[in-house]
Design a binder for this molecule. Sequence first.
Ligand code: NDP
Length: 324
Amino acid sequence: MKALVLEQIENKTLAAVKEITLPALADGDVLVDIDWSSLNYKDALAITGKGKIIRQFPMVPGIDFSGRVSESRDPRFIPGQQVILTGWGVGENHWGGLAAQACVKGDWLVSLPDALSARNAMIIGTAGFTAMLCVDALVEAGVKPQSGKVLVTGASGGVGSTAVVLLKALGYTVVAVSGRESTHDFLRQLGADEILPRSDFEETRPLEKQLWAGAVDTVGSKVLAKVLAQTNYRGCVAACGLAGGFDLPGTVMPFILRNVRLQGVDSVMVPTEERAAVWARLASLLPESYYQQASTEIGLEQAPAFAADFLSNKIQGRTLVKIN
Ligand code: NDP
């Protein structure tokens, strides 16, 4: 079968489309014919070799996919059934979704909701799934539309753009932070009420004027430190990303004086039994316009070039990969 294969030669990661053979199915495994995959920030780190994502080569990258069951050794899945996979280390330490087929544990699969096509599921992909988890975290923390403005950082990226649309659909006033002026029209179309430049988030004092009832942060580092210092008393910041760095150069002041909550968000190991409800919420909240406005479709051969563009901050919205 055809796959994007990563190999490491003289400490350099090389990516090429090749013919490979999948291992035989073990008990509990499901073979999936993949229709769609997508590119996420982690895929970009893996494919370019710029992040230590992959430790065993050769590897097929692709941390998510949607497709149809071809063969199943898990009684919950039958041939022809449409499924989605995100996370679980697939595309990192288990052959992933940038391929014609994948052999994965049945426990890792979610049935495609009736309200979603396989294509739209991968426009959402890991990034959109994570955006929903971040928005859920704010709702759970008591952040309501009437509580005040909600900030989204890295707003033109995959997680950020989906978070903007989801928050808008739920009635929040959304403020987007973006490092690129070229993304402003895109962000307004998605529903951002205000747009702030990333340069406003360079310097921070331990506590600043309270501006945000909540925030979805995909960037980390200095930006996250400033967001925390500007979060309202009892506000919540859902932090899922590190596009700006993995450090957090701030103080404990927002936590101990303003009761601010910093909620970490991970999408990889979300328990199987919680996933279907997250997908159902995504399917019901995202408007048709999201799928048109926020996605770019590419082929498997284009994945390495697009992966490089991710890390030079040239991508906006979601990148969908057509496989079959
Ligand atoms: P994208 O590349 O699509 O989006 C990242 C955005 O961050 C960019 O569009 C850009 O937005 C902004 N950005 C880029 N470089 C910098 C920089 N140097 N400093 C500050 N901001 C920057 O990636 P994704 O949306 O796929 O992922 C976003 C982050 O979330 C990544 O760090 C990723 O690893 C993480 N993530 C975590 C998950 C989890 O389970 N915890 C799951 C999915 C993603 P703009 O140009 O508008 O400023």
